[in-house]
Design a protein around this ligand. Structure first.
Ligand code: PDD
Length: 289
């Protein structure tokens, strides 16, 4: 199971082959749940408070109480990381509304299903970082609450597959002529040395990597803004990047089969990636939280 040694399920640590969830789980039947993906560098959970805050926000929006407090989550993560041998991992966790007879209305007094595991982190390849990746634009066919990290990802899966079918690594989504985000990433564009990413709101997931890139840009005097990105600005950008916990800061060098800017990863990407990697290194060494 992709090198996963142990999973956490409802208070137990189990080999993945033996972990079982009911077919009446509302996650299975309705996609009624939320999730998080948290990167682990050198055995330490990166930006954990931010991921737990976003989890709380997702749970609040779907009206589900967090089944574990931060200390309990910390114990679960520590055991999963230890069992995987530490190093660079990604933690996946999901919480669903639990097991109940199929009825759209919330079931009363049902315990949520809580599931988590850690797996080896798959970085973008050296080639992807050196050459950049291709992306295609797609109409954002998702719902109006993309700020909730919901497990119901059918639209995102269709969109990512559409990109792959066109030989691209990501779909960049457009709603009413404006960029929202990627199928599983946030989007930055660069024009004349200034970074721009769409503002937070109901149409995008508030990415933890996105926020870190903005934080690092501001701390190092790199011009940046959270502003609406019209499709013309996307197509006319000098550079386009996508960010996520697993893809980090990845340059998009082809968009709809045309080169982005020079067609090579740009100087602003080199600068931001260097700042990101330096921050990650200090995190590994325990110099930053
Ligand atoms: N996805 N937008 C969407 C729709 C996402 O699914 C993700 C991440 C992001 C980036 O968020 P962050 O920087 O916090 O990872 C933005 C994860 C990695 C996934 O679904 O696997």
């Amino acid at each position: 199971m992709n090198g996963i040694r142990l999973v956490y399920l409802n208070g137990q640590f189990l080999p993945p082959e033996t972990a079982r969830v009911s077919v009446f789980d509302r996650g299975f039947v309705f996609g009624d749940g939320v999730y998080e993906v948290i990167p682990v560098f050198g055995g330490r959970l990166f930006r954990l408070p931010q991921h737990l805050a976003r989890l709380d926000a997702s749970l609040r929006e779907i009206r589900l109480a967090n089944p574990l407090n931060p200390a309990q989550w910390g114990e679960v993560f520590a055991r999963l990381v230890r069992e995987q041998g530490g190093g660079d991992l990604s933690i996946y966790l999901q919480i669903t509304r639990g097991v109940a007879p199929r009825d759209h209305a919330f079931p009363p007094n049902v315990a949520p299903t809580v599931f988590a595991y850690a797996q080896p982190l798959k970085y973008p390849s050296a080639e992807q970082l050196a050459q950049g990746v291709a992306a295609v634009t797609c109409s954002d066919i998702r719902w109006l609450r993309c700020d909730i990290k919901a497990i119901a990802l059918l639209a995102n899966a269709l969109l990512r597959q559409e990109a792959i079918d066109q030989g691209a690594a990501e779909a960049i989504l457009l709603r009413d002529g404006c960029v929202t985000e990627g199928a599983a990433s946030n989007i930055f564009v660069v024009k004349h040395g200034r970074l721009v990413t769409p503002p937070k709101g109901p149409y995008i997931l508030p990415g933890v990597t996105r926020d870190l890139v903005l934080e690092l840009a501001r701390a190092h005097g790199v011009a940046c803004a959270e502003e609406t990105v019209h499709e013309e600005a996307l197509f006319g950008a000098d550079e386009v990047w996508l960010t996520s916990s697993t893809r980090e800061v990845l340059p998009v060098t082809r968009l709809n089969n045309k080169p982005v800017g020079s067609g090579r990863p740009g100087p602003m990407h080199a600068r931001m990636l260097a700042l990101y990697l330096a921050y990650k290194q200090s995190f590994r060494e325990g110099a930053v939280d």
